[in-house]
Write a protein that binds this ligand. Structure first.
Ligand code: MF3
Ligand code: CO
Length: 250
């Protein structure tokens, strides 16, 4: 399968899906507080999606059971919301959400502090991971290579003393959640597929304070850092346009 380029009309549709993802994420984020369970966040997201007429992109995808991924502290991605997991003071939580509206997908993630008591290391992790996403987005330009995106993310993350997860990568997105190309958050400048007008990439750096290694828990989904260090995750969908990178999930 080749990389699908989207028309201007399709990118408008994806912008609409992207706005809805952001609305759901904002709604969920506002509910993050000590004592709140990740299942309560899941229910808030489900309710909001229903209200907005959006279908979940995650629930039922390879049997994934929920509309959100909620990944706490050393959890990197794909944490499954649970009634048993209450957020605590000092935690950081990644909220990842995907929708499909009118046949087009949107996918975005943020990592937020549960309260003001997070460590300085975690505060810096959130700042560096989010900033690394924008370093990657900046490279989503006609004529650049996919490797330019990953190289920019990796360079920034490592210059700040953190590491980039290798096992999970970003992806093309459109009429499916995962399209070509894969978009690693590491790599070499000039390597990989060339970016062309109309490509849409979900860029999603996953950054650890410690070693880059990851493993998956017995639930078959939750990815955690191998060394137990903290991890953060931010994601935007970005269209490659004549005017440069266009963020669809604002
Ligand atoms: N944002 C993640 C991704 O693009 C979420 C996928 S979770 C799944 O891969 F449940 F849908 F698999
Ligand atoms: Co994604």
């Amino acid at each position: 399968m080749a990389i699908v380029c989207k028309s201007a009309a399709e990118i408008e549709k994806m912008r609409h899906s992207g706005r809805i993802v952001r609305e759901v994420l904002d709604h969920v984020q506002a509910r993050v507080a000590p004592g709140v369970t990740t299942m309560e966040l899941e229910r808030a997201a489900e309710q909001k999606m229903k209200e907005l007429g959006a279908k979940s992109a995650f629930k039922g995808y390879y049997d994934y059971p929920c509309v959100l991924c909620t990944s706490i502290n050393e959890e990197i991605v794909h944490g499954i919301p649970s009634e048993k997991r209450a957020l605590k003071a000092g935690d950081i939580v990644s909220i990842d959400c995907g929708v499909v509206v009118d046949g087009y997908y949107g996918d975005a993630a943020v990592t937020v502090p549960v309260d003001g008591s997070i460590t300085e290391e975690r505060r810096k992790l959130l700042e560096v991971t989010e900033a690394s996403l924008y370093k990657g987005i900046e490279q989503a330009r006609i004529g650049n290579a996919v490797g330019d995106v990953g190289a920019a993310v990796q360079e920034f993350v490592e210059a700040n003393g953190f590491s980039v997860v290798r096992e999970f990568v970003g992806h093309g997105i459109g009429t499916r959640l995962h399209e070509e190309p894969q978009v690693p958050n590491f790599g070499l400048k000039g390597h990989g597929a060339r970016l062309r007008e109309g490509m849409v990439l979900a860029i999603e750096p996953m950054v650890n304070t410690g070693d880059p290694g990851a493993r998956v828990l017995d639930d078959k989904w939750t990815a955690v850092t191998a060394d137990g260090s903290s991890s953060a995750h931010f994601e935007h969908c970005v269209a490659v346009t004549k005017d440069g990178p266009m963020i669809l999930t604002q």
